[in-house]
Design a binder for this molecule. Structure first.
Ligand SMILES: [Zn+2]
Ligand SMILES: [Zn+2]
Length: 75
C-alpha cells in the first residue's frame, strides 16, 4: 500500500509542475501592456496584423509601439 501512496504523490507533483509550466507559457504569449488597435482588429478577425512594424514587434513578442500599443504593465 505504501508504494501506491508514493506513486500518487509523484503523479500529483508532475501534474502540478505541468500546470505551472503551462501558466508560465501563457504569460509569455501575452506581453503586458496594450495591443495596438490595428493588431487587435486583425486578431478579432482571426488574422495577424500585416503592418511591417507590427510583424517586427510580434517577432519579439511585443506589441507595436508605433501603432499605439504598449509593452508596460498598467499599474
Ligand atoms: Zn498592427
Ligand atoms: Zn505597427
Amino acid at each position: 500500500m505504501k508504494f501506491v501512496k508514493v506513486l500518487a504523490a509523484v503523479a500529483f507533483a508532475v501534474a502540478l509542475t505541468a500546470s505551472l509550466a503551462v501558466a508560465a507559457d501563457k504569460k509569455a504569449e501575452h506581453p503586458p501592456g496594450k495591443v495596438a488597435g490595428c493588431c487587435a482588429k486583425a486578431a478579432k478577425d482571426g488574422k495577424t496584423c500585416d503592418h511591417p512594424c507590427c510583424v517586427e514587434a510580434a517577432k519579439n513578442k511585443k506589441n507595436c509601439e508605433k501603432c499605439k500599443g504598449t509593452n508596460e504593465e498598467k499599474k
